[in-house]
Design a protein around this ligand. Structure first.
Ligand code: GLN
Length: 539
């Protein structure tokens, strides 16, 4: 099957939400019955975002096949309810790495290796890789960064070449821009949009559709003016107003007929109206909650919620499922101490201890977990959050005061969390953790089973350290139940407390698998426990 291509570029400023617009368009096309996927090209030189500090770039998202990717891929999966893969996220670093490796292997036969054609050829090859799967009728490719950036130039050039190579109806460009509002004169300004389209034109790319982010509605005259100056059809000027939730964007784009405009430009049928019933159902539940719960999210990156993007979105999905609004209270783990924990956690109905790396703030996490364990407060630990729960239990219930993870204390006498032997040999940092989907077998006598209602699941991982099975029996005897196990390696994947209304911690990252149409069972169950707690059922 040959695919049609939609390129999404951004102008004027960064952070306009290309990922959300792309995902929303993909959703609408999917809802009309088309098979769609969406890809992100990132202009930075890291081979992947796995080595980036979350403060720099937000969360690192992990796909089924173990790719460490940009957080926009999370939006794609949450909107489309379909998995992405390594092919859906490419960085400049990866492109250059491939070209340089080829050069070292003599693949260019004495030629001078250059940005054009070698780097642009590799970009084009990566763009077309998804078509080779034969699974997609439409491929949306989002070009990261802002038009005019030096680092995006090879990508724009690759798009220009593809537009030339492909038939007119097989490729189009959507340019996302901003119409700034001047409050002193009460007007929206179109000049930055005109300039950013001119910049694209300098690279030989004429956008077909303009999606204009704006705080105020665009008048008919203004649409005409933008169309005239930017050389697009008047119906190809799409208004993208600010909306209360990102999940409203597909419906807003439907109202603006973005999908219809795209399909008719590509000479594809618009006969099937999009089926968005379950999406709308979700929105109704999300916007009309019957209860409200407060979840304390304890982590060390709380100043930048993007660092916990998938967790936050998973709470929105699970909240809607429970007809509850989930309010997240960010609590910095470094600020929790024995003498203030009761006060810090006084107002919450559930505690989530977040993933993370390194020892900053971990004692605060352990203190918070102890409080949840002793006070029947619903608790959910993810990855580092599970490791801290195991350490807390070892120290305060079993009595191994020095119990620790060898990540933080390599010399501890009780390494209850330790590195796997095959991890110990690895020194390189990028892409070397336990990554991607692994099977997990759930014990029937567990909260986890009540949540999943099945014994065989797969979940995604991103970590180096593991529960140390040497201590398994002592933990079980003392009441920490290992309720999820990897069937091949026997690694502990889920632990829970038997004598607690809801105390579940997982070594994997359930948040990566939560989507609008498929909220994650563990998040659903945790929010339910928090609702019960808030209604005094558990207290
Ligand atoms: N730092 C821990 C490890 O590498 C946990 C990682 C995480 O929370 N993603 O095992």
């Amino acid at each position: 099957m040959s695919a049609k291509y939609i390129f999404v570029t951004g102008g004027v400023t960064s952070s306009l939400g290309k990922g959300i617009i792309g995902a929303s368009l993909a959703k609408l096309l999917q809802a009309r019955g088309y098979s769609v996927t969406i890809q992100k090209l990132d202009p930075y030189i890291n081979v992947d975002p796995g080595t980036l500090n979350p403060y720099e770039h937000g969360e690192c998202y992990v796909t089924e096949d173990g790719a460490e990717t940009d957080l926009d891929l999370g939006h794609y999966e949450r909107f489309l309810n379909a998995p992405t893969s390594q092919a859906n996220n490419v960085t400049t670093g990866r492109i250059y790495q491939h070209v340089i490796n080829q050069e070292r292997q003599g693949a260019y036969l004495g030629k001078t290796v250059q940005v054009i054609p070698h780097i642009t050829d590799e970009i084009k090859r990566r763009i077309r890789l998804l078509e080779e799967t034969g699974k997609y009728e439409i491929i949306i490719t989002e070009i990261g960064g802002t038009v005019g950036d030096i680092e995006s130039l090879p990508y724009i050039e690759a798009v220009r070449q593809l537009l030339w190579e492909l038939k007119e109806e097989d490729a189009l460009v959507i340019h996302l821009t901003l119409l700034p509002y001047l409050s002193s004169t009460h007007e929206l300004k179109t000049k930055p949009t005109q300039h950013s389209v001119k910049t694209l034109l300098e690279s030989g790319v004429q956008p077909d559709i303009l999606v204009c982010r704006t705080e105020h509605s665009i008048t008919k005259e203004m649409r005409k003016k933008i169309a005239l100056f930017c050389n697009v059809d008047a119906n190809a000027v799409i208004e993208a107003l600010d909306v209360p939730t990102i999940y409203d964007v597909p419906l807003m784009m439907l109202k603006e007929k973005l999908d219809k405009t795209v399909l008719s430009k590509m000479k594809l049928s618009t006969k099937n109206e999009p089926d968005l019933d379950s999406w709308k159902n979700f929105l109704v539940r999300h916007k009309n909650p019957k209860n409200e719960v407060r979840i304390g999210l304890v982590g060390k990156y709380v100043e930048l919620p993007d660092a916990y993007k998938s967790i936050i979105e998973a709470f929105i999905h699970a909240g809607a499922q429970n007809e509850a609004r989930v309010r997240i209270q960010y609590i910095h783990s470094e600020l929790i101490a024995d003498d203030n924990v009761a006060q810090k956690l006084a107002d919450i109905d559930g505690l989530l201890v977040a993933p993370g790396f390194g020892d900053r703030g971990i004692e605060g996490k352990i203190i918070a977990i102890k409080y949840a364990r002793e006070n029947n407060l619903p608790f959910f630990g993810i990855c580092l959050g599970m490791q801290m729960a195991v350490i807390e239990f070892a120290r305060n219930v079993i009595g191994w005061k020095d119990a620790h993870s060898t990540e933080m204390n390599p010399k501890t006498k009780h390494p209850v969390i330790d590195m796997m032997p095959d991890q110990k040999k690895i020194t390189a940092k990028g892409g070397t953790m336990r990554l991607g989907a692994y099977a997990c077998e759930i014990a029937k006598d567990s909260i986890a089973y009540k949540a999943y209602e099945k014994t065989k699941v797969t979940e995604r991982h991103r970590h180096r350290f593991e529960f140390n099975n040497k201590y398994l029996q002592e933990f079980e005897k003392a009441g920490l139940h290992v309720s999820g196990i990897n069937p091949e390696t026997k690694l502990a994947e889920i632990v829970e407390l038997k004598k607690h209304p809801y105390f579940v911690a997982v070594q994997f990252h359930p948040e990566y698998r939560s989507t609008v149409l498929n909220p994650h069972p563990l998040f659903i169950r945790f929010v339910k426990a928090a609702v019960d707690y808030s209604l005094n059922v558990l207290k």
